[in-house]
Design a protein around this ligand. Structure first.
Ligand SMILES: CC(=O)N[C@H]1[C@@H](OP(=O)(O)OP(=O)(O)OC[C@H]2O[C@@H](n3ccc(=O)[nH]c3=O)[C@H](O)[C@@H]2O)O[C@H](CO)[C@@H](O)[C@@H]1O
Length: 363
């Protein structure tokens, strides 16, 4: 009989930190049906909704990040940090976990710091090719660091690094035979090619503006557009649902369907989306967000561009959007080459490999 274990998962702020935590918890639960889980997130952030939907309990810390631009909000940062450290300490003392797993975002900083300080083994799952300051700092005391890109020994202690890949939800790994159902579920035209637009879990204002500006020319390419705007921007663009050939959605529950229905993809370069796109194997144009720590999305995308596995357009190059997309659509050979090369980078066993490492720690 497998023992009952107690696990704290901490991460959130955006889907990119939440979904890996849920995938890892699901796999631990599959192996240890009696395992108990507590998620620690940040109050009022996306995890407070998505984690309970996935069937797990979550506590929200009163914590926020530092604003990159000078902001009055930063004045309250030290107080919130101290408060959240106190809260995390209380949680750790009360729950007594066997292991604490951090997938990044505001809450994982104080949670893993307190766990490290209390000598509870911690594991970091770093999704990006370039880590933020918090993970670099937490890595000193973490037992293991599961990464998805090469070259992270520049930032983390080399002996703790394991290249596992990023966890990808199971329904995104088994993609075969879903195209027809996917096309039907979005009410798309099966005889037309589909361009999917993905702004990341929160949506992207810049990508939305670009698609909106170029919409007529895009439709002239005889494409239909499946456009994820993000919740925040949906009101502004939802009227396009009345435009023939355009489907806008705020947030997509069945990302497997979005990928299955699409022929070409334009996307932000969040690490989780990239890992999924490697499994999906379709031609992609990345438009990385320049507004993230250390410009890590550009670095994520460049790791693929280097392998001729994707095209990248910087935000400063968006006047060339139409031309880049048209060239891709017109070039079958390029499409095949991108598909073939991106698939080579897929690491579909990431979640299992990460949980193998966690198991070694708790045994
Ligand atoms: C603005 C920001 O801070 N972005 C960061 C955030 O991105 P973001 O939260 O966008 O994260 P990712 O691209 O890594 O992952 C998004 C996840 O949300 C899912 N999804 C997305 C849209 C949707 O409608 N439905 C849905 O389910 C995707 O399938 C994927 O699993 O975390 C990533 C991982 O650390 C980072 O690389 C990004 O730079």
């Amino acid at each position: 009989m497998k023992p009952s274990i107690k696990v704290i998962m901490s991460g959130g702020g955006t889907g990119g930190h939440i979904y890996p935590a849920i995938s890892i918890a699901d796999e631990i639960k599959r192996r240890y049906p009696k395992a108990e889980f507590l998620f620690v997130g940040a109050k009022n952030r996306m995890e407070m909704e998505k984690v309970p939907q996935a069937g797990y309990e979550i506590i929200g810390l009163d914590v926020a990040g530092i604003q990159r631009s000078a902001s009055l909000k930063n004045l309250s940062f030290p107080f919130k940090l101290l408060g959240s450290l106190k809260e995390a300490r209380k949680i750790m003392k009360g729950y007594k976990p066997d292991v604490v797993i951090g997938t990044g975002g505001f809450a994982s900083g104080p949670t893993l710091f307190v766990a490290n300080f209390s000598n509870i083994p911690t594991v970091i799952q770093e999704q990006n090719s370039f880590p933020g300051v918090t993970n670099k700092w937490l890595s000193k005391k973490a037992k293991k660091i599961c990464v998805a890109y090469d070259g992270l020994e520049t930032f983390f202690p080399a002996e703790k690094i394991i290249k596992t890949g990023n966890p990808v939800r199971q329904d995104l790994i088994s993609m075969d035979g879903k195209r027809e159902e996917a096309i039907e579920s979005f009410g798309l035209n099966p005889s037309k090619k589909t361009l999917a637009v993905i702004g990341g879990s929160l949506g992207s204002g810049k990508i939305n503006e670009t698609v909106n500006r170029n919409l007529d020319q895009l439709l002239d390419l005889d494409l239909q557009i499946l456009w994820q705007t993000g919740n925040y921007y949906f009101e502004k663009y939802k009227h396009h649902n009345d435009t023939e050939g355009v489907t806008t959605l705020s947030f997509i529950k069945r990302m497997d369907f979005l990928y299955a229905a699409s022929d070409f993809i334009v996307s932000r370069a969040g690490a989780g989306t990239i890992s999924e796109l490697c499994i999906v194997g379709k031609p992609v144009i990345f438009i990385p967000s320049p507004n993230v720590a250390e410009d890590h999305q550009t670095k994520n995308a460049l790791a693929l561009v280097k392998e001729e596995a994707a095209i990248m357009l910087k935000e400063s190059e968006l006047e060339g959007f139409n031309q880049t997309l048209t060239s891709l659509i017109d070039d079958k050979k390029l499409q095949e080459q991108l598909s073939e090369n991106i698939k080579k980078l897929a690491l579909p066993n990431a979640t299992k490999t990460i949980v193998d490492e966690i198991e070694k720690l708790i045994k």
